[in-house]
Design a protein. Structure first.
Length: 149
């Protein structure tokens, strides 16, 4: 009945990986922009340019890429014989994915603060939190490829 899902599996996985790359690019780049934005004087040309870059990155790339990643991920999870739900890797992965979605939400909140010149956070703060998605990505890739447990 669901055999079309099995036939489409390599294509859906390809689309999942492409959208993961686009989403991760944004999750890594947006906090980098915040580091430099936090150093730019309020009202300067530089600050106004960062506002445009941040809005376009979040709305034009990150929001759609996140939705497509989650959508294709759920389709993969619904494909017969792809996930053994008794194993731990998929649940651990889902917890980490929830963490990335929450992180995305925080970035969106901080972007809105920058947009109205209300950022209160330091460049150092954004530099530190910039490492979080890297750690999540490494863990997720090992979980889905090695499936250690
Ligand atoms: C709702 C969220 C998600 C679900 C339900 C999901 C589910 C899945 C499933 C079922 C597979 C196939 C595993 C296999 O063939 O053995 C897969 C593959 C993969 N997922 Fe996700 N995923 C989600 C989000 C993510 C995110 C956020 C990332 C990275 C940050 C990610 C990275 C990958 C990678 C790299 C693969 C390819 C693994 C391989 O080559 O077998 N996924 N995903």
């Amino acid at each position: 009945m669901k055999s079309w899902l099995i036939d489409a599996y390599p294509w859906i996985k390809s689309a999942h990986i492409v959208s993961v790359v686009a989403w991760m690019a944004g999750l890594l780049y947006l906090p980098r922009l915040f580091v430099y934005h936090a150093m730019a004087p309020v009202g300067s040309d530089r600050s106004e340019t960062f506002k445009i870059m941040e809005r376009r990155l979040l709305r034009g790339i990150m929001n759609p890429a996140m939705l497509v990643t989650l959508g294709f991920g759920l389709v993969l999870a619904a494909t017969p014989d792809v996930v053994d739900w008794h194993r731990g890797w998929i649940w651990t992965k889902l917890v980490l994915v929830a963490g990335l979605v929450a992180y995305h939400g925080w970035l969106a909140r901080w972007r809105r603060a920058f947009a109205v010149d209300r950022n209160r956070r330091s460049p150092y703060f954004f530099r530190v939190i910039n490492e979080l998605p890297t750690l999540a990505l490494i863990a997720i890739v090992v979980l889905v490829v090695v499936k250690p447990f």
